[in-house]
Write a protein that binds this ligand. Structure first.
Ligand SMILES: NC(=O)c1ccc[n+]([C@@H]2O[C@H](COP(=O)([O-])OP(=O)(O)OC[C@H]3O[C@@H](n4cnc5c(N)ncnc54)[C@H](OP(=O)(O)O)[C@@H]3O)[C@@H](O)[C@H]2O)c1
Length: 246
């Protein structure tokens, strides 16, 4: 499997799952565009690790359309096109219905839903046939045992899943596939934040493997879907969850 010479753009590519996707794509020969919003240090460190000729860090808040345009323009200015788009940046505030403000609702939907939608719209004109869009959903978008605080987050990823199925039909004519990877609980800042150790152990125990996923395990699936070997896979939501959400 190779991504030799491909241009892979990952939002939220500086940390967690996004960082693992950037590293894996680079190890398969890709040029990578590493987007982040606030913290330039890990993004710059990753560029150094991969090499400045093959990696570009771009600060952009991808919950805003004007910043999405800035990001795509920077990618095209450096590498000429986008072969693989991974709208990975996401947030997961945990509140049930009663505690959720309009501000929180807008924040979640702006980054988790509006961001991926307009990233696709702005990137597609720069994507050749053979292009790939790999959205990132979550196992809890389809699981009926999800507890109440996941209401807003799970609904935002439900929107991403239906976007995947419908957009795959529009972009098939251009030779671009559209899929989503749905990780289970994965050891990143987003997952760990605010959870006591006992809770983390309890969630890990929901997988028959009795552990959390690693970002690199999600990245392995994303880069397979990004490769030419996945050409006949489109419109699919593919889980990576150690049988935790079946
Ligand atoms: N971890 C899990 O258990 C899990 C499970 C299922 C699905 N997911 C999904 O996987 C994706 C990645 O999650 P993660 O756990 O790797 O998250 P993470 O560790 O919190 O990393 C988030 C990344 O997104 C960037 N980011 C945050 N807000 C941004 C914005 N407005 N614009 C651009 N970049 C932004 C961050 O950069 P800065 O720090 O510079 O802002 C960082 O690079 C998310 O879509 C999440 O919903 C995660």
């Amino acid at each position: 499997m190779s991504l030799q010479g491909k241009v892979v753009l990952v939002t939220g590519g500086s940390k967690g799952i996004g960082r693992a996707i950037c590293s894996r794509a680079a190890s398969l020969g890709a040029n990578v565009v590493i987007n982040y919003s606030r913290d330039s240090v890990p993004a710059d460190a990753l560029v150094k690790e991969i090499g400045a000729d093959k990696a570009l860090a771009v600060q952009a808040d991808v919950s805003k359309v004007s910043e999405i345009e800035k990001l795509i323009n920077a990618a095209v200015a450096k590498f000429g096109r986008v072969d693989v788009l991974v709208p990975n940046a996401g947030i997961m505030p945990l509140q049930p219905l009663a505690g959720t403000t309009e501000e929180t609702f807008d924040k979640v939907y702006d980054l988790n839903v509006k961001g991926p939608f307009f990233l696709a719209q702005k990137a597609v004109p720069h994507m050749p046939s053979g292009g790939r869009i790999v959205f990132i959903s979550t196992g809890i978008a389809r699981n009926s045992a999800v507890p109440p605080p996941y209401l807003l987050y799970a609904s935002s990823k439900g929107a991403v899943e239906q976007m995947t199925r419908v957009l795959a039909k529009e972009l098939g004519a251009k030779g671009i596939t559209v899929n989503a990877v749905a990780p289970g609980p994965t050891a990143t800042d987003l997952f760990m934040e605010g959870k006591p150790e006992a809770m983390i152990k309890g969630i890990a125990a929901q997988s028959p493997f009795n552990r959390l996923g690693n970002p690199s395990e999600i990245a392995n699936l994303v880069t397979f879907i990004a490769s030419q070997e996945s050409a006949w896979v489109s419109g699919q939501i593919i889980g990576a969850n150690g049988a935790g959400f079946v």
